[in-house]
Design a protein around this ligand. Structure first.
Ligand SMILES: NC(=O)c1ccc[n+]([C@@H]2O[C@H](COP(=O)([O-])OP(=O)(O)OC[C@H]3O[C@@H](n4cnc5c(N)ncnc54)[C@H](OP(=O)(O)O)[C@@H]3O)[C@@H](O)[C@H]2O)c1
Length: 409
């Protein structure tokens, strides 16, 4: 058990460091690494405890580690219903998932146990499952809403019964996500929800709103210039449209179904191109007077990345931030080399979610934008947590254009 523990712990830490280095490169400070260990390593140990491990065994395991006392041991109460990935099947990840009863975690000093009530099914959850990183009994789930179930000694910022958002996005990469009833996190990875944010909005508060807010800022399209995006009918794509409009940026939006055009226009989209019926590059050139879009966002990957790269100006920037059509992106060397178009991966995990101070800073910036409707919230349908297979099939249904929430009481 202990060698397995240390192997998986170091694997988790390695993954964390890879993610961290991808974004911060040489800026990854020792503080960052300490925080990664707190947010990421210790939950890994927690996830390894099987349902029959009791509090004593968990404490003994903690005692073998130099960082003992900073992760959650378990109670004997087995009512933590969890959707666990047991096995790996990239084409059919649902076949690897099963419902199990796990013990409810007990918070160590400085920690909070949250009872999660609502969690959305996001494309990123499917990516986690399809990549197989948590196939040994991990739990995915990038965000959610809940109430504080129990606090550890010294916790000051939240109290029992309070409405909160547990920042599970980063821990979910190592199998400690929100597709379970109870989750244990460090106090600073839990955020009290303001009264003006409803439970449903709180459940959808992090992944897309933080990403749309941050990615549009990072792209630095000047006022009056065009931002081009693919998958514009997605929840995030709609948020990009409204945020860009709010900031005076014009948008050219690519969708695959013409039924999506009217809704995006009503949201404030300047132009909408249906990729299955129109020549995207030619249309963008026409709209921009031959210049190309100032910058672009691509969530599709595959040959769409090539189309997008060919549609931006010389020296333009493309952020590839999703893999809806697969993991290989095609780009023409003409655009990369001769037009110096910069195509770069962009991921929120390492920008905001892996560090508590960044999470705590971005949350109050985004909350008023949701309150004021500047970031729109998608329509939702609800399924019981244990009905996850039907729910996940619904979430990937073409043309669904909403969010599925998994509910537990
Ligand atoms: N990098 C990051 O940090 C980050 C953060 C958040 C989200 N994301 C990414 O953002 C994207 C959108 O997320 P979301 O939650 O907003 O999604 P969503 O609401 O579930 O919507 C998915 C959208 O993708 C479209 N789509 C799916 N497969 C497609 C394909 N093969 N070709 C063209 N369009 C396709 C669907 O079009 P139809 O309407 O026609 O079905 C739908 O509009 C995802 O790729 C997600 O992974 C990335």
């Amino acid at each position: 058990m202990s060698s397995r523990l240390s192997y998986l712990s170091s694997l988790s830490y390695t993954l964390a460091v890879i993610h961290c280095n991808a974004m911060f490169s040489s800026h990854a400070s020792s503080v960052t690494h300490r925080r990664l260990k707190r947010a990421f390593l210790f939950p890994c140990i927690q996830g390894l405890q099987s349902a029959d491990v009791n509090l004593g065994t968990a404490i003994a395991a903690a005692g073998n580690r130099s960082d003992a006392g900073t992760y959650c041991p378990y109670t004997r109460n087995m009512s933590n219903v969890a959707i666990v990935q047991d096995g790996f099947n990239q084409d059919d990840p649902l076949s690897t998932l099963k419902v199990v009863n796990k013990p409810i975690p007990k918070p160590a000093p400085g920690q909070v146990v949250v009872q999660i009530k609502l969690r959305p099914i996001n494309p990123t959850d499917f990516i986690t499952l399809r990549l197989g990183g948590i196939a040994q009994g991990g739990i995915c789930g990038s965000e959610g809403f809940g109430i504080v179930h129990e606090i550890g000694e010294g916790v000051k910022s939240v109290h029992k019964g309070q409405r909160v958002i547990p920042f599970t996005a980063y821990p979910s990469l190592s199998g400690h996500g929100s597709y379970q009833k109870y989750v244990c996190l460090e106090e600073d990875f839990v955020w009290p929800v303001p009264d003006y944010i409803s439970d449903e909005v709180a459940a959808l508060f992090v992944v897309n709103p933080w990403a749309s807010y941050s990615i549009v800022k990072d792209l630095q399209v000047p006022k009056g210039e065009y931002l081009l995006q693919s998958a514009a009918g997605s929840s995030l794509g709609k948020q990009v449209i409204t945020l860009a409009k709010h900031w005076g940026i014009k948008t050219i939006n690519i969708v695959r179904r013409k039924e999506a055009v009217a809704e995006l226009k009503a949201l404030g989209a300047d132009e909408v191109i249906v990729s299955t019926e129109e020549d995207v590059v030619a249309r963008v050139k026409e709209i921009t007077g031959g210049k190309g879009a100032y910058g672009a966002l691509d969530a599709i990957c595959g040959t769409m990345t090539k189309t997008i790269a060919a549609s931006v100006r010389d020296d333009g920037q493309v952020f590839l931030y999703g893999v809806l059509a697969g993991y290989d992106a095609t780009v023409s060397a003409i655009d990369l080399v001769f037009r110096r178009v910069d195509v770069k991966g962009w991921v929120l995990y390492t920008k905001a979610m892996n560090q508590s101070d960044r999470c705590q800073a971005i949350a109050p910036e985004v909350a008023p934008l949701l309150r004021d409707g500047i970031i729109p919230v998608p329509k939702t349908v609800k399924y019981d947590l244990t009905d996850f297979k039907k729910a996940m099939a619904k979430a990937e249904e073409p043309g669904f254009a909403g969010k599925v929430l998994l509910v537990s009481e």
